[in-house]
Each structure stands twice: as C-alpha cells, then as structure tokens.
Design a protein around this ligand. Structure first.
Ligand code: UGA
Length: 437
C-alpha cells in the first residue's frame, strides 16, 4: 500500500521505516528540514537501537522516502499522524498545536476513501473533533485512532511485533470499512497472531492514557514501598521479587529507584488529569496527583541521600553522575530524573560531572551549566561520590575493586538498585541503594 507518515520524530521515523519493512511504499513528512535530511540519508536523528540499520535496509529497496512537502501525501491510501503532543507551557494539559497543524495541512491532499490514522497520544475527544474535519473535507474519508504503545529503546521490535492493535473507529464497529484497510496495513503482524481490538474513538484514546497511567502508578507504588522499606529497614528489591511472583501483580515495572521520566509517562498522566477536569471527572484521577508527587519526591530524596553520603554537605563535593538519559538505550533526556538530580546537586554547591554513552549532546543542550565527560574513566576520576542514575549495561558492569583506585572516596549511590551491594561493600565502598538497608 502507499502510506504517508506525518511527523518523523521518535514515533514517526520508526513507524515509517517499519511500514516500509512490512512491504509498503512509504513517504515520511516532517516540517523539520534537518530531520528530513538525516532520514533521507538513512541516518537516525536520535539514538534508537536497530533504527539506522533498518533505515538503510528499507531505503535500499526504494520503498521509503522523506520530504518536507505535505503535498507528497496525496495519493497515499493511509495517512498516519505521528506528531508530538508535549505538555503545554505552564499547564498540565497537552499541547495539540502539532496535531491540529498536521491534520489541517493534510486535509487538502485527501482523496475519496482515504484513511487518516491518529497515533499521537491525545486527550479523549480529540479524535471526534478531527474526524469531523476530515469528513467535511472529504466525506468518504475516515479517521481511525490507533494508539501506539512502543517503548523507546525497543521501538523497532515493538512496532514490528506489537502486543496488540487498537483501532478506534467512529461507530466502534468491526464492519467499518477503515478496519479492513488497517488490517491490510498490518497484515504481517496480524497473521502472526497479534490481537486486535476495534473500539469507538474515545475508548481507543483512553486505552493509551490508561495504559501509561497504570504503568506510572505501578512505578510510584513500588517507590512508595521503597520509602516505607527505608523507614522500616526492609529491602524493596526483595519485596518486589516476592509480590511480583503473584502473576496478578507481575514483577515488571516494579523496579524502585529514582522514578519515571521521559517524553511520555510524566506528561501523559498530567494531561489525563487536566482532561478529566474538563470532563467533570477530576475526582476519578486525583490518585494520579499522588503518583506524580511520589515520583517527584524520588529526586529530592536522592539529593538528600547524596548529601548524607558525602558526610552532611554538598559544598564543593565532586559528584559524578553515571547516566543522563531517562532510561538506557535512549539518548532522550526529556524530563530525565537523572539530569534533574544532577542539576539540583549543582545548584546546592556540588561540582557535578555527568557522563552517558549516548545522551550527552542532548543533555548539554538542556543543562549547559553542568560539566559533561564522555569517557567514564575520566568522569569518575577524583570523585567524592558516584551516582548511578541510568542503568546502562556498562555502568551495571563496573568493577568496584578497579574503580576504587580512581575515585577520591569510594562512595556510590545506586539510583536504580542494579548493583550487587555486597560486592561493592566488600570492595570497600559505602553503598546506598534506594529502599534498601
Ligand atoms: C512508555 C510506555 O512504556 C510505552 O508503552 C508507551 O508507548 C510510551 O511510554 C509512549 O507513551 O510513547 P517509554 O517512555 O519509552 O515508554 O519508557 P518506559 O520503558 O515506560 O520507562 C519510563 C520511565 O519509567 C523510565 O524513566 C524508566 O526508567 C522508569 N521505570 C520503568 C522505572 O523507574 N521503574 C520500572 O520498573 C520501569
């Protein structure tokens, strides 16, 4: 099929490449000329494992191209809207400027029978509004809401082999003509057994925000348990192992630490609360305020623990932060708890050096006042304390005996509870985990 993908960021660039991999002829469209130039050159404008190889592979087939010109969408049967919905400045609500602009720019290029597929995370009610615009422009065209559940760092495999598809169509009916068209787009993963649910527009929009809210709640739940474990002298990692063995609970997303960040969970739970308020259902989501508060408290807690670890004062202390990305296998620093902690430490008088295998360029644009060092060995030299804040494999594998010789004082705060505390203590380190004795 001929497909257009509007918005070539984390979601759209991966989606475009994966649709071409599935055999479709794809045009990726974005207003950012530098992004289009990189992608046309088979270079990923951000770090995502497997993406660059996939771009090279599919561009060689001639099935994938990129442009800044929206008129290139004309002639595609399916148009995916993959633009960002960041948090509005100074408000909790989502900023829909990019979604509205993308759909408005696409409208004049629609042909009879086209399907516009929204993938961006939007406040419930957006699809109904956009659907009207599409049908006024082209009465036989349809809008489907088809939320995306990919995780950064696993984006290619999550797109090629998702755990489910959700199609939100205007009447919620399996017989809607757009359902068959999307089935054709996704025929490969569907034929290998990926489940697919057809719903109405609002349910499909809510599935996405509900899923992210549940994940955020799970993380904040275990972080609240970490607070309690600290007060009671218990170990939250063993607690998570034990409750996670109940398959109604499950062990995934129960890793206590510095909390969640990134371009999705934090802004999605806030936008969800804001939208619930507009709908008069704010009481239903007041618990998300607590989820957010527990999450933000992790960052201040780490600053306090670092102060304790350094003997009561941060002034002039050389602190090395291992990890700047909001999670490993990503160079994304949007709302990164690691960077936010690094900045708070610096503000409180510490001399902070940040290192990360992939995210330093983005981090230094976001916080130019911090010191950055790409070489881990150099970054840790003469440090008064190390803070492991993003669990990249190379940090999890650090050798405590060898490392002790480089630092000024062997003190480490394990913000993700990934190190073997006994091994580090045996090598002479003062070790602090989060929610662990
Ligand atoms: C999240 C969802 O997991 C995806 O399903 C969704 O599609 C995506 O948002 C989105 O809305 O686009 P992502 O932001 O890539 O994906 O990252 P996650 O893997 O969910 O991690 C989010 C944060 O939670 C990270 O900072 C991570 O370190 C933290 N986390 C995760 C924990 O602190 N503990 C855990 O046990 C798991």
């Amino acid at each position: 099929m001929r497909i257009s993908v509007i918005g070539c960021g984390y979601l759209g660039a991966v989606h475009a490449a994966c649709m071409a991999k599935l055999g479709h002829e794809v045009i990726g469209i974005d207003v950012d000329a530098s992004k289009i130039e990189a992608l046309s050159d088979a270079r990923a404008p951000f770090y995502e494992p497997e993406l660059e190889d996939l771009l090279k592979e599919v561009q060689a087939t001639g099935r994938l191209s990129f442009t800044t010109d929206m008129s290139a969408a004309a002639g595609s049967a399916v148009h995916f809207v993959c633009v960002g919905t960041p948090q509005k400045k100074g408000e909790n609500a989502a900023d829909l400027t990019f979604v509205d602009a993308a759909v408005t720019a696409l409208l004049p290029h629609l042909s009879p029978g086209d399907v516009v597929v929204g993938k961006s995370t939007v406040p419930v009610g957006t699809a109904a509004r956009l659907s009207e615009l599409v049908e006024i422009q082209e009465p036989s065209a349809h809008l489907v809401w088809n939320p995306e559940f990919l995780r950064e760092g696993h984006a290619v495999s999550d797109t090629l082999r998702p755990d489910r598809f959700v199609y939100g169509v205007v009447d919620g009916s399996e017989d809607h003509s757009a359902v068959a068209i999307l089935d054709e787009v996704y025929s490969t993963p569907l034929s290998s057994g990926t489940p697919r649910l057809v719903t109405d527009h609002p349910t499909a929009e809510l599935v996405k925000t509900a899923a992210n809210s549940f994940l955020a709640t799970k993380i904040s739940f275990i972080n609240a348990m970490a607070e309690l474990c600290e007060a009671a002298g218990a170990d939250v990692t063993r607690l998570a192992d034990a409750i996670g063995m109940d398959d109604r609970i499950g062990r995934k997303f129960l890793n206590a630490g510095i909390g969640f960040g990134g371009g999705c969970l934090p802004k999605d739970i806030r936008a969800f609360m804001a939208r619930a308020g507009e709908l008069g259902a704010d009481q239903a989501l007041t618990f998300l305020r607590e989820v957010d508060a527990i999450n933000m408290r992790r960052r201040t807690r780490v600053v306090e623990l670092t102060r304790e670890l350094c003997g009561g004062s941060l002034l002039g202390k050389r602190i090395t932060v291992l990890g700047a990305a909001f999670k490993p296998e990503s160079d994304d620093v949007r709302d990164s708890p690691a960077l936010s902690i690094a900045a708070q430490l610096q503000l409180q008088g510490a001399v902070v050096t940040v290192t990360d295998p992939k995210a330093l360029a983005n981090a230094s644009r976001r916080f130019p006042e911090l010191h950055y060092e790409s070489n881990t060995e150099k970054a840790v030299e003469r440090a008064d304390a190390l803070l492991l804040l993003t669990e990249w494999q190379e940090y999890c594998k650090l050798e405590p005996y060898a490392l002790a010789a480089s630092v000024a004082s062997p003190r480490i705060l394990d913000g993700r509870n990934v190190l073997d505390s006994a091994k580090w203590r045996a090598a002479g380190w003062s070790y602090r985990g989060l929610g662990r004795p």
